[in-house]
Design a protein around this ligand. Structure first.
Ligand code: GRF
Length: 199
């Protein structure tokens, strides 16, 4: 299966997918990396791995709608079977999602529906939960609201700060993402209402 990964940051989740795609049993290859940030470390990772990459920066477009069209076209060029948002910090429009129906997956560093949004780790820490984790879900028109595909629990330690907790979550998140994307690619993913099931 052909994967396109969207990332805004350093790309440790992308790195995990790139390492997995060298294993033929994974059943998928990253064929393109797209970022909204020209300086994103994820683009350097792609280049180092010999994977095509492109930056689609909002500043290069007249408005947000034009950017959504631009990034949609840039992703479509790679003919993805799956689009994986791995630390992608922008909200994608319904028009973008309609190009890849039920085929856009996102990883979020909390146990959705708890702590959605851009500060899930900070919010969990501030709330005082003893257990948080990460979630891979199908992206729908809401923010972190789509059908849940997989989750992993991660304990919060008494002396955690946001960085320490996020790093612990990312260890679980990287393996959850590789396992989930691999299964979706090999087995398929059926979405019925709020339920997403492999097969
Ligand atoms: C991940 O924890 C992701 O869930 C969150 O931002 C982090 C990105 O990390 N949205 P990286 O860029 O993959 O290292």
């Amino acid at each position: 299966a052909r994967l396109v990964v969207l990332a805004s940051g350093g790309g440790s989740n992308l790195a995990a997918l790139l390492a997995a795609h060298d294993d033929v049993a994974f059943g998928a290859r990253v064929v393109g990396v797209v970022s909204d940030k020209p300086a994103a470390g994820a683009l350097d990772l792609a280049r180092d791995a010999g994977v095509a990459s492109v930056a689609v920066a909002p500043a290069d477009f007249a408005d947000r709608a034009a950017w959504n069209t631009g990034i949609g076209e840039a992703v479509e060029v790679f003919r993805p079977d799956w689009v994986v948002l791995a630390g992608f910090m922008r909200i994608l429009s319904p028009e973008f999602l309609a190009r890849f129906p039920q085929r856009v997956l996102n990883t979020h560093p909390a146990l959705l529906p708890a702590f959605p949004g851009a500060h899930g780790v900070r919010d969990a820490l501030a709330y005082g939960v003893k257990m948080t984790g990460c979630t891979v879900h199908v992206v729908d028109d809401g923010v972190d609201t789509g059908p849940i595909v997989a989750q992993a629990a991660v304990p919060v330690l008494d002396d955690d700060d946001e960085a320490a907790l996020h790093e612990r979550i990312k260890v679980a998140e990287r393996s959850l993402l590789v396992e989930t994307v691999g299964r979706a690619a090999r087995e398929g993913l059926r979405v019925a209402g709020r339920r997403a099931v492999f097969g």
